[in-house]
Design a protein around this ligand. Structure first.
Ligand SMILES: Cc1ncc(COP(=O)(O)O)c(C=O)c1O
Length: 433
């Protein structure tokens, strides 16, 4: 077994969201194909969570591999300040086109502006960071300096950079960092609460940010689309932007290309990452309207948007994202994911009778099983037991969110593979009851 490098990992690597004093050794992954991860000891694990919700069509997809290698040969990287390249130009246009139905559906009268521009960054956190900064600064550019507050949802998770952490629920991850985070007003996904917040903060709200329909890290919490429709109306009425963080929900995860589609809303900012490249390369886009972009356009340099990362709009990432979008359209990935979700939900349905099961819920290809627990949430005691049980599985990779076990496999997952996921979840839950 070629695991000599694991010793190096253990000595030199610091893993994310990992308690090195508690968690068992990481899985030595040496390859991945389709829905499967291959381990150094020859075991194969079905990637039941799409490698942190990113792997969209399956690992090692030949068309994505080819897109990466073709682009790497032609143009690997170039700075995006003062330079342009075809993959970013085409991808920006394609994303704008993909998002266009949101506006025509949400606002047939034309009162809501379509998304027209893409700002590029590297991951979900930076996509959110860009939206928060640009939202506030766009108001500033328009002479509204009092709009210094953001409203977010309770339980939100928007990433690990300072702005994204501020917009996220402080507990359990970010409480200690509160001296460095800015104040954000939090509401439940309830129109009355949001309306009250807008009323109290009259003229001071820069934007309302939300994960539409599914709050991922909160434990795949799901809420109704009618709230989002009302939220859009409240944002418009109060002159605030609506930021939709579709880093998790984008590209078909909820059964439609974007979750906003089901809610009939068209945001002012749309944050995308994870599935954007099919889960192959780190890349993120923050789409916004033309008027937001124009608010930064001036003959004064100081009015520009001073933001940019070294790898902004990396050509390889953009090229593979273009190919991933082609696959999404040709194969109707949202529908495939929806079918997968249905299979898993149906397979798990008899667990609803299990005394340990509090809730079984689904949106598209995301299926979540919430278990009874004295304390719920990410730090739930039960979470440790679930995590240990998941690590014992010899066929499927699952990673609970506290007392919530969930599945969100890639779109190549077959019915038989769905059955394996169902079996693995039952293998964990049934003996625990
Ligand atoms: C809704 C949402 N926004 C933002 C992020 C942050 O993305 P990243 O981990 O790529 O920075 C995540 C990550 O899970 C997420 O689920």
């Amino acid at each position: 077994m070629t695991t000599d490098w694991l010793k190096l990992d253990s000595k030199h690597c610091w893993h994310p969201f990992t308690q090195h004093g508690l968690d068992s050794e990481p899985l030595p992954v040496v390859g991945a194909q389709g829905a499967w991860l291959e381990l150094a000891d020859g075991r194969r694990l079905l990637d039941g969570i799409s490698s942190w919700w990113a792997c969209l069509h399956g690992h090692g997809h030949p068309r994505l591999v080819q897109a990466i290698s073709k682009q790497a040969e032609k143009l690997d990287h170039v700075l995006f300040a003062g330079c342009a390249h075809e993959p970013a130009a085409r991808l920006s246009a394609e994303l704008v086109e993909l998002a266009a139905p949101l506006t025509s559906q949400a606002s047939p009268s034309g009162s809501q502006e379509p998304l027209a521009r893409a700002f590029w960054s590297d991951d979900g956190s930076t996509a959110v960071e860009v939206a928060l900064k640009a939202a506030y600064q766009s108001h500033l550019r328009n002479g509204e300096s009092s709009r210094t507050t953001f409203i977010a949802l309770e339980g939100a998770y928007h990433g690990d950079t300072v702005g994204a952490m501020s917009a996220s629920e402080p507990a359990p991850f970010f409480e200690e960092l509160s001296p460095f985070l800015f104040h954000v007003v939090r509401v439940k996904p309830n129109p009355e609460e949001l309306a009250e917040a807008f009323q109290e903060l009259e003229g001071r709200v820069a934007a309302f940010i939300c994960e539409p329909l599914v709050q991922g890290a909160a434990g795949m919490k799901m809420y109704g689309s009618s709230f989002l429709k009302e939220a859009q109306g409240l944002c418009q009425k109060n002159g605030a932007f609506l930021i939709a963080d579709e880093v998790l929900t984008g590209f078909g995860r909820t059964g439609t290309t974007f979750a906003c589609e089901q809610a009939g809303i068209s945001p002012d900012f749309l944050c995308l990452s994870k599935g954007l490249t099919g889960g192959t390369m780190p890349l993120a886009a923050t789409l916004c309207t033309e008027s937001i972009f124009q608010s930064f356009v001036s003959n004064e340099r100081a009015r520009a948007f001073f933001h940019g990362h070294t790898y902004t709009a990396n050509p390889i990432g953009c090229a593979v994202a273009l190919e991933s979008l082609r696959i999404l359209r040709e194969e109707n990935t949202p529908q495939k994911l929806n079918h997968i979700g249905e299979r898993i939900e149906t397979g798990l349905a008899d667990l609803r009778e299990n005394p340990l099961v509090k809730d079984l819920r689904r949106r598209g290809g995301i299926v979540a099983l919430e278990l009874q627990s004295e304390n719920s949430g990410y730090m739930a005691e039960l979470g440790n037991r679930l995590r240990a049980a998941c690590q014992e599985l010899d066929s499927v990779l699952l990673r609970p969110l506290g007392n919530v076990l969930y599945a969100m496999p890639p779109s190549c997952t077959t019915d038989d593979e769905c059955a394996l996921i169902v079996k693995a979840i039952k293998q964990i839950v049934v003996p625990m009851a």
